[in-house]
Design a protein. Structure first.
Length: 343
């Protein structure tokens, strides 16, 4: 499938490993886009691409960057390569989509943002769950004050498999839940605490317990692991009026709204508080679900076409990296609470 019209965004994708096939499929199917190149060093990956697509296949990124008809570069490679590849693409004058995390440090992330700004190029990060209709539904509920005061959030993103050795579970898995929490709350934490364990190879942590400390004693707890018996992708938001559970693997309904809450009444001066509990129905709203990655890819293409700012732009990616950095410092310090470094 090739979309041949003057405004077609011709994309060179770098990487066809774990996530690359999904990204290539969606860019191939996105109106207004053309998968022009697939760059990967693996002969096996190149052979698979040639069977599926009519794009050019190479192991040499500079070949794709030198093609003046290439509009944008999509990066789906190991996390530690994101900065160097994104910088190379931006300096070649290409719009850039890069999978999470944007970079391995806030210094690197800021440099990418600066290059994109100076060259007036689109820089977008693959925080794909922000494009999930269920996640957006909850965002609207939070903004409409349907939950009341948010007391805390917690998430579990665990599975058995895709063990990694180059980055730990904090940098590999937690960006998803961090990005969603920041999206829902529309604020940054003041500090982070993080603990983990290297169970398999003693080098990188396979399991992570991360806590984000927000103003007004609001907490967000994140548990991620690739060493767990069951696949779980679940987030819970507890408010004073209602509570919401987002279960990404549920077949019956991604979102459940619990009409439950606790109100505090009384005089705070004299400490004479009374608490009123209420418990109502459980609602499973009808949500028109579409593949989040398809929505994300279409958004990137639209942003390149129009020049609009992506929802998950470089600044969005930087915010997540700042939390990851603080989490890594806490992890290295045995779980000590770490303030986020200043912007």
């Amino acid at each position: 499938m090739t979309n041949e019209h003057p405004s077609t965004v011709r994309i060179a994708q770098v990487g066809y490993g774990y996530w690359g096939p999904n990204l290539a499929r969606n860019f191939y199917q996105t109106p207004g886009a053309e998968l022009a190149y697939l760059v990967d060093a693996s002969d096996e990956a190149q052979a698979r691409v040639r069977q599926l697509y009519s794009c050019q296949v190479t192991s040499d990124l500079p070949v794709a960057l030198a093609d003046p008809t290439v509009t944008a570069v999509a990066i789906a490679t190991p996390a530690r390569t994101h900065f160097s590849l994104a910088k190379m693409a931006l300096e070649a004058g290409k719009h850039v989509f890069v999978e999470k995390p944007l970079a391995m440090s806030s210094v690197e992330a800021r440099e990418l943002i600066a290059i994109a700004y100076m060259r007036q190029l689109t820089l977008m990060v693959g925080h794909v769950f922000e494009y999930n209709p269920a996640v957006r539904y909850i965002k609207e509920a939070v903004e409409a004050d349907e939950l009341g005061e948010i007391y805390y959030l917690y998430s579990r993103r665990v599975n058995l498999g895709r063990v990694q050795s180059d980055v730990n579970a904090l940098w590999s898995i937690a960006p998803h839940d961090i990005s969603v929490a920041l999206y829902w709350l529309d604020r940054m934490p003041e500090a982070v605490s993080c603990q983990g364990a290297s169970c398999l190879n003693g080098v990188v942590e396979d399991v992570i317990f991360l806590t984000l400390h927000f103003p007004n004693n609001l907490l967000c707890h994140v548990h991620v692991s690739w060493l767990d018996p069951s696949k779980v992708r679940e987030m819970t938001v507890v408010g004073s009026k209602k509570m919401i559970v987002y279960d990404d693997v549920s077949a019956e309904g991604k979102v459940r709204i619990y009409d439950k809450g606790v109100y505090r009444r009384g005089d705070p001066i004299y400490g004479e508080f009374q608490y009123r509990l209420h418990s109502g129905d459980i609602l499973i709203p009808r949500i028109d679900m579409r593949e989040p990655l398809a929505l994300e890819c279409a958004h990137f293409v639209e942003c390149v076409h129009t020049g609009q700012r992506p929802q998950t732009d470089g600044e969005n990616g930087l915010r997540v990296v700042r939390v990851l950095e603080a989490g890594q410092r806490s992890l290295d310090a045995g779980g000590a609470k770490m303030a986020l470094e200043s912007v």
